[in-house]
Ligand binder design. Structure first.
Ligand code: ZN
Length: 184
């Protein structure tokens, strides 16, 4: 069940950004919960401290180590984001004059970003294609396609995904815990 306070916070952030109430039911994405506990997960490529759930962080570390053994350097661009941070991303784009409906094709509304769960990571590599579709041409991406699933990470937004989200070859979500649940 969704916490009523959480839903209210989402609604008030949406109202402040001018996102219509109907977006909650019509955007085609599930609401994402902020986890109870997060751990420090080192810094991203910009030197900003990052947070992830413990099991996501543990699996991310193992995945990095294996990639390095295979000669591939994986780098973190972004991990956990709270509701306010997601609202801030959209606010900055609005302030630069971008249209809300165009922004929402790229950035999930507060409450709908998988980054709220502490299980989603945006990745890049020294090939320098952070948050670009061309990341799919990198060695790091090819390695991820072949190996990430064995560490519990899946690409959330492949081409032509059901949620209608733009293709994001850099965005991977740890769902190992979901698999654990389904096997019970
Ligand atoms: Zn992402």
């Amino acid at each position: 069940m969704l916490n009523e306070d959480y839903l209210q916070r989402i609604k008030s952030l949406h109202a402040a950004l001018g996102i219509d109430d109907s977006h909650l039911g019509s955007c085609g994405m599930p609401l994402c919960h902020v986890p109870v506990a997060l751990v420090e997960a080192g810094e991203d490529i910009y030197g900003r401290p990052q947070l992830l759930t413990r099991e996501t962080f543990e699996s991310w570390k193992k995945m990095c180590q294996q990639a390095a053994l295979d000669g591939v350097l994986l780098q973190l661009v972004s991990g956990f984001r709270d509701l306010d941070y997601q609202a801030e991303i959209i606010r900055r784009k609005l302030d630069r004059g971008q249209a809300l409906n165009e922004i929402l094709k790229i950035n999930a509304a507060p409450g709908f970003s998988e980054h709220h769960t502490g299980r989603a990571i945006d990745l890049t590599s020294p090939e320098g294609l952070a948050l670009q579709e061309k990341f799919e041409e990198s060695c790091a991406f090819k390695w991820l396609v072949n190996n990430a699933v064995s560490f519990g990470f899946n690409m959330s937004y492949p081409r032509n995904n059901q949620a209608g989200i733009a293709y994001e070859p850099w965005h991977w979500c740890y769902d190992g815990h979901r698999r654990d649940l389904s096997s019970e």
